[in-house]
Design a protein around this ligand. Sequence first.
Ligand code: F6P
Length: 373
Amino acid sequence: MVRTIGILTAGGDSPGLNAAIRAVGKAAQRAYGMEVLGFKDGFLGLMQNRYEHLDSDDLSGILTRGGTVLGTSRIKVNRVDLGDGRDVDGRQAMREVVEQHELEAVVCLGGDGTAKNALKLADVGIPILTLPKTIDNDVAETDVTFGFDTAMYIATEAVDRLHSTAHSHHRIMVVETMGHSVGWLALGAGLAGGADVILIPEIPYDVEAVASSIAARRAAGSTFSIVAVAEGAISKEDAAIRDSMQAKIGSADDPVKNSIKRKMREFEGARAGGTVQLASTLEALTGLESRITILGHVQRGGTPTPADRLLATRLGTACADFIADGTHGVLVAAKGQTTEAVPLKKVAGRTKSVPLDHPWLDTARHLGIALGD
Ligand code: F6P
């Protein structure tokens, strides 16, 4: 009997996805004689039974390509938006597709949202495994995610390049990285690129403290400053408002909860231009001209770094071994130089933030980099 597996990519794309598809597929074919079906556009393609057979030719020549050859989407498997105002629970349809193809496993390459979806599918009996991809590096229970190294490289290059123009014009350069609600990218690129200030969501900032650190640099003879700020960075005042709303959600009953959640969304929407506001406040407080660079999706594009290719490749080949052993319901996690199958229950719904005692923070403080606190 032919052994068949499915593979899909879900959530935001990330460099290294194609390297992982290739690794899972080649290892499954070569070591175990399995057939590989690639489902299109993430869980949506699984629900709609849209797939292609991935033979060895399809898996060749994609190692270095950015994006995902399979396409991706952001959906919730239990609430699929039909585009006409209606939602459906897609899990039954997905299970039928898995049964129709007699899939031994479905491999999902994704981040924290994908782990949540995967757990919901495991709960309805689908044999599922995930691999940790995201530029945010925020998946719990794995040392690192693929995509992060490439994004950090791109953001570091931006910080490098901003140095010379900041120097020429004696300006404050504020550069915003992605990272959703965590600060790994801003911290990593800020350190590697030699930023003077690094602001991350884990450490709410005091804008006056940031301005004072820039003024102190100026007084000491440095005529420019580079501020690396994570998109999720938050001021101390806003963090206090957010925390009090979250506390109210925890104790409220349903109708009140929904209205607080709505207010919270409005609050987050209003914070969306936070980096622009930050730059103009710093300009006002220091009297130094400031400019903003928002790196955005450029951090997700292009060819993966060697470190991301290696990570995606070793996790992908290990995944094929786990499938062959009959292991599912797990994240294939990187632990040092080894891989581990971690139950999805331990991963889904958790976010790996930068711990406040992380060595990178300690290193930044030793260098005199201001962290806004
Ligand atoms: O999770 C990856 C990520 O790039 C985050 O850093 C960012 O907040 C988000 O996705 C952007 O999502 P989208 O591609 O939907 O704009």
